[in-house]
Write a protein that binds this ligand. Structure first.
Ligand SMILES: CC(C)(COP(=O)(O)OP(=O)(O)OC[C@H]1O[C@@H](n2cnc3c(N)ncnc32)[C@H](O)[C@@H]1OP(=O)(O)O)[C@@H](O)C(=O)NCCC(=O)NCCS
Length: 186
C-alpha cells in the first residue's frame, strides 16, 4: 500500500479538508474547550486557545508525512467548523490497518454529520489509499459513537475490559468495531 496523504473530500453536506492554523480559534470555541466533548476521549479539554494553536501547528506540520490522514469537517452551507476525523494512531499503519478517531462540537450532534464523514473517510481509505482493515473504538458509556460506527458499516468485534477512565474518574469498557476490505467491497 502506498500512502497518499489527506486529500480534500466532499459529501452532501460536508467538506473534509486539511486542518489550517487559522482554524484553531473556531475549533477551540466549537469543541476543543467543551468538557462534554472530551468526556470519553483520550485528550483533555483545552484550557486556552493557545493549546489548540499548539496542537494545530503540529498537525499542519504532520501533513508533510503522506501517512497522515486528518480532516477538519466544515459545513458546506455555512462554512462553520464542526469537528475533526482522522486516522488517530500510526501504530498499525505498517500492517495497512487504520484506527479512526473523531469528535464534533455538541451543538452539531445527532444531525448525522458523524456518520456522513466516517462513511466518506472509509470510502477514501479503502478505495483510494488501499487499507486492509479500518477499526474504531468507543467507551461503552458513549453509545452514540458506536451507533456512528454501525451506521457506517463497521461490525462489532468485542469488548476491551476497563481500558479507559473517563473524565468523571469512572473506569470504562471499550467496544471495538471494524470493517475489512473484503466486507467493504462485497
Ligand atoms: C459520538 C459522536 C461522534 C456522534 O456524532 P454525531 O454527528 O452526533 O453522529 P450521528 O448524528 O451521525 O449519529 C449519532 C447516532 O447516535 C445516536 N445516539 C446519540 N446518543 C445516544 C445514546 N446515548 N445512546 C444511543 N444512541 C445514541 C443518535 O440517535 C444517532 O443515531 P440515529 O441516527 O440512529 O438516530 C459525537 O457525539 C461526538 O463527537 N462526541 C464527542 C467526542 C466523542 O465521543 N468522539 C468519539 C470517541 S470514540
Amino acid at each position: 500500500m502506498k500512502h497518499i496523504g489527506t486529500k480534500e473530500l466532499e459529501t452532501e453536506r460536508l467538506i473534509l479538508r486539511k486542518v489550517r492554523l487559522e482554524d484553531a480559534d473556531e475549533a477551540y470555541k466549537n469543541w476543543c474547550s467543551h468538557d462534554i466533548v472530551a468526556k470519553y476521549v483520550l485528550w483533555d479539554t483545552h484550557k486556552s486557545v493557545e493549546e489548540t494553536k499548539e496542537l494545530y501547528k503540529i498537525w499542519v506540520e504532520d501533513y508533510e508525512n503522506l501517512d497522515t490522514y486528518r480532516w477538519i469537517v466544515e459545513l458546506k452551507s455555512t462554512h462553520e467548523l464542526v469537528g475533526t476525523i482522522d486516522v488517530a494512531s500510526k501504530r498499525y499503519l505498517r500492517f495497512d490497518v487504520a484506527e479512526i478517531g473523531y469528535c464534533y462540537g455538541d451543538a452539531y450532534w445527532n444531525k448525522g454529520y458523524g456518520t456522513e464523514a466516517l462513511k466518506r473517510v472509509i470510502k477514501y481509505l479503502f478505495e483510494e489509499v488501499g487499507f486492509e482493515i479500518i477499526f474504531a473504538e468507543h467507551s461503552t458509556l458513549n453509545p452514540g459513537s458506536g451507533k456512528v460506527m454501525q451506521k457506517s458499516g463497521m461490525k462489532y468485534e468485542g469488548i476491551l475490559k476497563g481500558r479507559i477512565i473517563d473524565k468523571d474518574g469512572i473506569r470504562n469498557d471499550i467496544a471495538s468495531y471494524s470493517i475489512t476490505k473484503e466486507e467493504y467491497f462485497s
